[in-house]
Every structure is written in structure tokens, then in C-alpha cells.
Design a protein around this ligand. Structure first.
Ligand code: 5GP
Length: 184
């Protein structure tokens, strides 16, 4: 792999980034997922320290003030950020660190870590994205509406990324990612 050790995966909410990342992590021990902090409430089944570090808004602001976040953004009414300590830990273990983050954060990473490899995950269509968001059954109608609006803006920016991968068939998308990352 000719690129640096930071991999940014971005794509609209509901596109299946989480599933793709989990499959990649299961298959490739050299990858490390950065765990973000968020002010969002945990969804059913989400585990502290595994899916996110769930923090109060005050704590999040403290982390921003103290310069503890490599990037952060507001998304659909909540704050999300990448703590430096995760990046350092992954890199310290000699791994390739994956950031699964939204567009604004990806842009900050591009400015601060220009060597990062940035990949955008696209849905096969807008209708399919909406179907996936609804079938997840985890978000309120207003949250779904906010996420769909944001999805349009994110998809419009897909060309800013080094690579675009369409997540129609999971296996095909995984193969695409593995080939971009030069993983066997
Ligand atoms: P969700 O609430 O569905 O878990 O995540 C909402 C969006 O926030 C997703 O697009 C996800 O990629 C993004 N996100 C998760 N963690 C971070 C982070 O640390 N920074 C940024 N900028 N976005 C994040």
C-alpha cells in the first residue's frame, strides 16, 4: 500500500459503512477502527467504547477546547469527533487506522492529514438509501428526514474523494475496498 496509515471512509447515513467496516476489520488484522466520541444517545444494542464513547455536550465541548479531537462536526443535531488518543493507539500498534466519519470531518482530515486515503461509499440509488434508513428502524421520522437531506449534500461531494465505491452488493463493495487498500 503506497499511501499513509490513515483511511477515511465517508458516505451517507444508511449506506452500510458500518457493515463494510466490520467485515474489513474481521478479515484484516492490520486494520484498526478509531472509536469516535458523540453526544448522540446510544441506540439499542450500542456499547460504550465499542460503537462510540457517549459523552455529554459539556464534555464534548471540553474535548474540543482542550484540542483532544483530530476533527469534529455536527450531524443531524448531534456532535461527533475523532479523539487523538485512538489515532495514536492504532498507529502505535503499527496498524492502518480507519475513520468512519461524515463529510465535514473528512474535509478537516484532508486539510490536517493530506496523506490520508479518502474513500466515499455510494448507495446504488437515492430510493434504496431511503429504504435502508427506514428498514434500520432505529431513527425517528424527523431524524430520518434530517439524514436524507444531509445524504444529498454528501453524495454531491463524492467527487472530492480519492475513490468512490458503490455499496449495492456487499461482497462486491468489500472486494472494491480491499483492492483500493491493496489487502489480500
Ligand atoms: P450515526 O449517528 O448514524 O452513528 O452517525 C452519523 C454520522 O456521523 C455518520 O455519517 C458517521 O459516519 C458520522 N460520524 C461518526 N463518528 C464521527 C466522527 O468522529 N466524526 C465525524 N465528523 N463524523 C462521524
Amino acid at each position: 500500500m503506497k499511501v499513509g496509515k490513515l483511511i477515511v471512509l465517508t458516505g451517507p447515513s444508511g449506506v452500510g459503512k458500518g457493515t463494510l467496516v466490520r467485515s474489513l476489520l474481521n478479515r484484516h488484522g492490520e486494520l484498526y477502527l478509531s472509536i469516535s466520541v458523540t453526544t448522540r444517545e446510544p441506540r439499542e444494542g450500542e456499547v460504550e467504547g465499542q460503537h462510540y464513547y457517549f459523552v455529554s455536550r459539556a464534555r464534548f465541548e471540553e474535548m474540543v477546547e482542550a484540542g483532544e479531537l483530530a476533527e469534529w462536526a455536527e450531524f443531524a443535531g448531534n456532535f461527533y469527533g475523532t479523539p487523538y488518543f485512538g489515532l495514536k493507539q492504532g498507529i502505535g500498534e503499527g496498524k492502518w487506522v480507519i475513520l468512519e466519519i461524515e463529510l465535514e470531518g473528512a474535509r478537516q482530515i484532508r486539510n490536517n492529514f493530506p496523506e490520508a486515503l479518502r474513500i466515499f461509499i455510494l448507495p446504488p440509488s437515492g430510493d434504496e438509501l431511503e429504504r435502508r434508513l427506514r428498514s434500520r428502524g432505529q431513527d425517528s421520522e424527523s431524524a430520518i428526514a434530517r439524514r436524507l437531506l444531509r445524504a444529498k449534500a454528501e453524495i454531491a461531494a463524492a467527487g472530492e474523494f480519492d475513490f468512490q465505491v458503490i455499496n449495492d452488493d456487499l461482497e462486491v463493495a468489500l472486494k472494491g475496498l480491499e483492492s483500493i487498500l491493496d489487502l489480500d
